[in-house]
Write a protein that binds this ligand. Structure first.
Ligand code: SF4
Ligand code: SF4
Length: 128
């Protein structure tokens, strides 16, 4: 990851079509572990690195606090995402031969200019 969508989301779906890597799933999608809100697949989100100057989803979102920063999808945060997956916070894709597509299997790009404090606070993406 990544960014993530919170309970503030009003399911307007303005963000999903803006994602350059199709990382945002609508409410009701079988791969979306959430109920009533959209979901960002952390194993797919690249924080729009190489696509835009800032996350496109957040630019499209009309709702304060609906799209927030999450931890980078890197090996340093492998257990963070594994634990989150076990708790149902995430639903990491399971590959037939590679198993769960955790950061230790495939890291994703992230914005190095976003501080860890900002990520830990899950600060609103639009504020940065
Ligand atoms: S930050 Fe970019 S890549 Fe990640 S979910 Fe939003 S639009 Fe997609
Ligand atoms: S644009 Fe914002 S409020 Fe609308 S579905 Fe996406 S996250 Fe939710």
């Amino acid at each position: 990851m990544a960014v993530k969508i919170t309970e503030e989301c009003i399911s307007c779906e303005a963000c999903a079509s803006e994602c350059p890597v199709a990382a945002i799933l609508p409410d009701g999608n079988e791969k979306n572990p959430k109920d009533g809100i959209l979901y960002v697949k952390p194993e797919s989100c690249v924080e729009c690195v190489d696509h835009a100057d800032s996350p496109r989803c957040a630019e499209a979102c009309p709702t304060e606090g609906a799209i927030v920063w999450d931890m980078p999808y890197t090996v340093d945060f492998n257990s963070y995402y594994l634990t989150g997956n076990e708790k149902g916070e995430y639903k990491i894709r399971e590959h037939k031969t590679k198993g769960l597509m955790l950061p230790e299997v495939k890291e994703q790009k992230f914005r190095a200019d976003i501080t860890m404090a900002t990520r830990e606070a899950h600060a609103n993406v639009s504020d940065f």
